[in-house]
Write a protein of this length. Structure first.
Length: 368
């Protein structure tokens, strides 16, 4: 496993339950995944000695986040199975490549322009304002983004990003957001989880509701687009695809070449969770059944709810008998840092949502 955060930790847990041993490469000595893996290679992702050790000891390699250098995946692929491929990750980790991929394959997306210099900023009559300027690399959870209403604001934001290549996207009039997490194996077989409805706070996923409450057409179209993206990428592994919904029309926002935060509900509400699917796809096993057996609402727990020198009111969560708490084993709580999540499951999504939002409020998470 390249990367040792919470997604890697869940992968290690799933792999252990299925009888596999795991090596984690992550430069953080406090890596949540590294703490429970058989081996933690505490080194940079381009450390050749560490990569050679991983290549010698591992039959297959995957990643838990999109910013592992594509060159690292390409290097390892000469010695062992690597999924997803370096080429697929290279597209997903660069917003310019990602937007061009969507355009070239006919997937609906917000109008955009590539900004490599201040001179590339479009004019006021371009139709891209108001817009969002996003750095092409290393932006996540709302980082590396700025809302801009004019060319002047776009140029100013571009300079604050130190001249990094960016994408300027037109801001769509958003009704809500959805996502689809799916698994695809090397033979092209695909298993998609139900479409999730997502709400964000400060650019970070806050709540996922599954099944999404929009129309069946929106849910099914999102599934079809996600399958199409995976096919055109030649993707093997677990993929998350996020969408904007505007007047019942879907626009692909971005894709994540890994399990997705909005897929955490699958651990408790589906026959096969997204992390078991990741293990299955990587190891050449048949993909599991993604059927959702319970309605689910997932709530992210950020470091903001940790009182200084203390812990959140866990008793409130444990008193809800249909709630599942997952903490990520991170050594320090910080504002905006994902520390865990809880999922409430049940028969009716309305009842589950009401219970989850009540608990969310009682532990001190403010409303949007």
């Amino acid at each position: 496993m390249l990367g040792g955060g919470q997604l890697g930790r869940f992968f290690v847990i799933a792999a252990h339950e299925m009888g596999y041993k795991v090596v984690v490469l992550d430069p953080d000595r406090n890596s949540p995944a590294g703490k429970i893996a058989e081996v933690h290679l505490c080194a940079a992702y381009d450390d050749k000695a560490a990569l050679d050790e991983m290549a010698r000891s591992c039959a297959a390699v995957t990643t838990e986040f999109e910013n592992v250098p594509a060159a690292t995946l390409e290097y390892l692929s000469k010695s062992c199975q690597v999924h997803p491929s370096a080429s697929a990750v290279a597209i997903a980790q660069n917003r310019i490549s990602e937007k061009n991929f969507l355009r070239d394959h006919g997937f609906p997306h917000a109008p955009y322009a590539v900004i490599r210099s201040a001179e590339d900023v479009p004019a006021a009559n371009s139709g891209l304002y108001p817009g969002i300027l996003k750095v092409s690399r290393f932006g996540y959870d709302g980082k590396g983004q700025a809302r801009v209403a004019s060319p002047e604001e776009a140029r100013e934001a571009f300079l604050t990003f130190n001249g990094e290549a960016c994408v300027l996207e037109m801001r769509l009039k958003l009704d809500y957001e959805v996502s689809v997490v799916l698994a695809r194996d090397a033979a092209g077989n695909t298993k998609a989880f139900p479409t999730a409805e997502n709400a964000h706070r400060n650019g970070i996923l806050d709540v996922s509701i599954v099944p999404a409450r929009g129309s069946a057409e929106v849910r099914e179209t999102a599934q079809a687009f996600a399958r199409g993206v995976a096919e055109k990428l030649g993707y093997v592994g677990v993929l998350g695809v996020e969408f904007f919904v505007c007047n019942d029309s879907l626009y692909v926002n971005e894709m994540a070449p890994r399990p997705h935060n909005s897929g955490h509900y699958t651990i408790d509400a589906c026959v096969t969770g997204q992390f078991e699917q990741q293990v299955r796809a990587l190891c050449g096993l048949p993909l599991g059944d993604p059927h959702q057996h319970s309605a689910a609402v997932m709530v992210n727990l950020l470091g903001d709810v940790w009182p200084e020198g203390g812990e959140p009111a866990w008793a409130i969560l444990f008193a809800q008998t249909d709630l599942k708490l997952h903490l990520y084993g991170k050594h320090e709580a910080r504002a905006g840092r994902k520390m865990g999540h809880f999922t409430v499951i049940g028969e009716d999504v309305r009842d589950v949502l009401a219970a989850a939002m009540d608990i969310r409020k009682r532990i001190g998470i403010e409303d949007h």
